[in-house]
Design a protein around this ligand. Sequence first.
Ligand SMILES: Nc1ncnc2c1ncn2[C@@H]1O[C@H](COP(=O)(O)OP(=O)(O)O)[C@@H](O)[C@H]1O
Ligand SMILES: [Mg+2]
Length: 177
Amino acid sequence: MPWYDRRMGSSLTYTRKTTSPESTKQLAATLVPYLHEGDTIVLSGDLGAGKTQFVQGLALALGIRDAIVSPTFNILLAYQGTPDGLPLYHFDLYRLDDPEQLEDIGFYETIDGDSVSVIEWGEKFLDSMPYSYLDIAIARSQDEDNDRKITVRAIGDRARQLLHVWATDSKSRLMKA
Ligand SMILES: Nc1ncnc2c1ncn2[C@@H]1O[C@H](COP(=O)(O)OP(=O)(O)O)[C@@H](O)[C@H]1O
Ligand SMILES: [Mg+2]
């Protein structure tokens, strides 16, 4: 059984294909107008799938000008855009092996705070993920080098609401582009 199905309740799913790094960043940017403080995204995909590109798109739309890098050796990288904009916390839990270490790094306070959190390797600590989050998986295509399939699942009520407004809006906007 896939890990995201172990949660109670039904989940809402949305898939999109992107055909360039720019279109992945653009898709991420369309999510930003709907984000609230405390929103969490669990981001997964193989090395080179485009996770960092996705986070870069989110960051730019949040007004963050820093280059986004994979936080593997840092576990957590924090970014602040405009002074009154939402801060972005980018976690990579790959190097942690025990859920108790999440307390040591202040994981629970951080994801509950006045920020948006993106978590890579969150599937390692499923029981420690918040009640509600967007699960975004990026997969490379077998046929085309630059094609990616992006599957978004909403876990919990807040994420369902977020996915609903995002999917409705980004579909129409991306079709016009
Ligand atoms: N549709 C696409 N979406 C995202 N990245 C793409 C796409 N097509 C090609 N790429 C390339 O794939 C690589 C993705 O790298 P990166 O975002 O660092 O992956 P990850 O963080 O998942 O390891 C980049 O070199 C990017 O230019
Ligand atoms: Mg990366």
